[in-house]
Write a protein that binds this ligand. Sequence first.
Ligand SMILES: Cc1cc2nc3c(=O)[nH]c(=O)nc-3n(C[C@H](O)[C@H](O)[C@H](O)COP(=O)(O)OP(=O)(O)OC[C@H]3O[C@@H](n4cnc5c(N)ncnc54)[C@H](O)[C@@H]3O)c2cc1C
Length: 377
Amino acid sequence: MNVVIVGAGCFGAWTAHHLVGSGCSVTLLDAYGAANRRASSGGETRLIRMGYGAEEIYTRWSRQSLRLWKSLFERTDPTLFRETGVLWMARDRDPLTTATLATLAREGIAHERLSRAELESRWPQIDFGLLTWAVYEPGSGVLLARQAVATLVRDAEGQGVVSVHAAVRRPLGRGRLDAVTTQTGETIAADTFVFACGAWLPRLFPTLLQDRIVPSRQEVLYFGPSAGDRRFGSPALPAWIDFGEEVYGVPDLGGQGFKIAFDRHGPVFDPDAGDRVAGETVPAIRDYLGRRFPDLCDAPLIASEVCQYENTSNGDFLIDRHPELENVWLVGGGSGHGFKHGPAVGEYVARLVTDGGASDQRFRLAAKERVQRRTVY
Ligand SMILES: Cc1cc2nc3c(=O)[nH]c(=O)nc-3n(C[C@H](O)[C@H](O)[C@H](O)COP(=O)(O)OP(=O)(O)OC[C@H]3O[C@@H](n4cnc5c(N)ncnc54)[C@H](O)[C@@H]3O)c2cc1C
């Protein structure tokens, strides 16, 4: 079977990897090249954690994905996963972290429940304020995202995937799609097409996906600890999530800075034309730093990124057949948490493409509403 995949982000590249492994001929196209800076997968780092509240499917996919990421890195570059651990900081009444605790226990995933006293003694550089307990996942950590996708695509090319740097035009018609057309007028035929175009999906399929996938502007800030201060780097500090304040962070890895960002949807963003200079969130993040990491409150901002989430109404991914083009699959809606799941998503999509069938209800187009009501984090 010949398959064309449009989009060499995390979802498209892993789909290519699994499809070539099952004997398909695969062409992987990207408008700006794999792991480009505009792609959601083009950020420096992404968390991989197992906790997902009561959403067990994502916990299982995360575990399966970490296994597959590690297997890729064992044969390519073992430095692309950092086992920093992930700390979920919680307040007294915290339904999400309480549900996470139960799911991790049920799934047999290594974790610790830490009291306030344990937190203070392990991480004195954090001011826990109103936080009273936490869940710690020692085996989770940080993926070096941009480099990981570039490595994955090189690896897939080694197995026969053909990468093409080209932008695909909006596909038209009904029934079956015979070929995609690039911006230069070249046509590429295939039996099946997978569109894994992240925040660009609504541009390619406006009638179907306008307002069903909403790109939001997300700032990521990197602050520099003082010279010689190792308290804000790994291994002194894990990656962490402060769900109550919608903030998360990654410890300084190799002098790249202490990463911190809001996990709260920013304004709607144009992934092609939007400028990517951060600044809007700096005052609010500094205020947070002053409370939670007081010794970083005056730290210099040494780098920043602007990236976009591609949000579905509730945070569930979109994985479905196009309703009018029977050999076209739509894959995306990573909604700020998709990167870690690339391996499992790719495996799932590859199985649908080769074996047929339908995706789970939660991933279908019909489940995507046009009003944002986030339930998956
Ligand atoms: C700031 C930020 C922090 C995040 N943190 C985390 C995290 O900690 N953990 C986590 O798991 N996830 C996280 N995510 C989410 C995660 O990064 C995304 O869900 C995931 O990368 C989406 O991958 P994708 O392959 O769907 O899209 P993308 O990576 O955007 O890839 C889509 C690709 O399609 C290409 N394309 C688009 N249109 C065309 C066209 N017409 N022709 C050819 N190519 C085209 C683009 O160039 C692009 O390369 C975060 C996202 C952001 C923005």
